[in-house]
Ligand binder design. Structure first.
Ligand code: AMP
Length: 303
């Protein structure tokens, strides 16, 4: 099954203790689509400005990403500027310039409306809702968001969550959204808002997946080289939803395997700036790391 994704396509300016990227290709939908495209076809709905170069467009379309829904609007492309300290788990946002996103009205091309799997990447929850209104009968809707929208558009976000199957957010956002410091209680409160599954991304500490009756957890892949965590969350979501869409199975077992694929994909993204590592990684490397992940977390039961 192909995936329909709506989200940001951006220029990011990022500082980490290890280097600096100026106006590099980024955005939630960009990382998501590139990662998911290793598993299945992706249909992208987003907006860019007139300053968006052909080179980025050709890269995305070379990856099995359908750009029919990528609008070009007068003005500048969305820009985000962030910084990470030695604790690479949380970005400090320095600047957010919505630019062409301010007037963006998602309009799905006719043949995108029958999408069976939808990912609402991190954008204004009102726009996420507008996309859900336009899709006919999706089998799975997954969604991301961030502190910017939890603080600024909580009501719209809660209405969005009512229609979503899987919410994928980070640990701080989980606590902020539920208004609850304890993660387990926070997860319960969020599941009560609608999603059947809550995936909590915990940076270098891994991922916790809360279902109605189960909890699953894996660590992050232990890496020696971490350069830039930007996009790790969206890349995780791309591997996670990509695997589910490719298999068409959304069972508990599939969700566990999807969590490992998401973590594998994210572990590559953080090894370099922007999408550089996702550009070079091969399917063979992805499978190898999946196996190492399995070895990392395998243990025997009680006698
Ligand atoms: P993450 O995967 O959580 O590291 O997300 C990083 C991406 O989110 C960056 O490439 C940014 O361009 C994008 N981003 C940052 N702030 C926003 C926002 N308010 N709305 C949409 N996208 C954003």
């Amino acid at each position: 099954m192909d995936i329909l994704v709506v989200g940001s396509v951006a220029f990011d300016t990022v500082e980490t203790p290890f280097g600096h990227g100026h106006e590099v290709l980024g955005g939630s939908a960009t990382y998501f689509s590139t990662s998911a495209s290793f598993f299945t076809g992706v249909r992208l709905v987003a907006v860019v400005g007139e300053d968006f170069p052909d080179e980025h467009r050709s890269f995305l379309s070379s990856r099995n990403i359908d750009l029919t829904g990528l609008q070009v609007a007068p003005g500048r492309t969305f820009r985000w500027k962030g910084r990470y300290g030695y604790d690479l788990n949380e970005a400090q946002t320095l600047e957010t310039h919505l630019n062409v996103f301010e007037g963006f009205q998602p309009k799905l091309p006719e043949d995108f409306r029958d999408a069976e799997v939808v990912f609402l990447a991190n954008i204004d929850p009102e726009l996420q809702m507008e996309v859900m209104r336009q899709v006919k009968r999706p089998r799975l809707i997954a969604c991301d968001t961030m502190n910017f929208w939890i603080g600024g558009k909580r009501d719209a976000l809660v209405r969005t969550l009512d229609q979503v199957d899987i919410l994928i957010i980070n640990e701080g956002e989980t606590r902020q959204l539920a208004n609850e410091p304890n993660l387990v209680k926070a997860a319960k409160a969020i599941l009560a808002l609608g999603p059947k599954t809550l995936v909590v991304k915990r940076g270098e500490y891994g991922v916790l997946v809360f279902g109605e009756h189960s909890v699953f957890s894996i660590p992050a892949y232990p890496l020696e080289e971490v350069f830039d965590p930007t996009g790790a969350g969206d890349t995780f979501a791309g591997g996670f939803v990509g695997y589910l869409a490719a298999t068409g199975s959304f069972t508990d077992a599939a969700i566990r395997k999807a969590t490992v694929f998401g973590s594998v994909m994210a572990s590559f993204t953080v090894e370099d700036f922007s999408l550089n590592r996702l550009r070079s990684v091969s399917w063979q490397e992805i499978e190898d790391r999946f196996r190492r992940f399995q070895a990392l977390t395998a243990f025997e039961g009680l006698d």
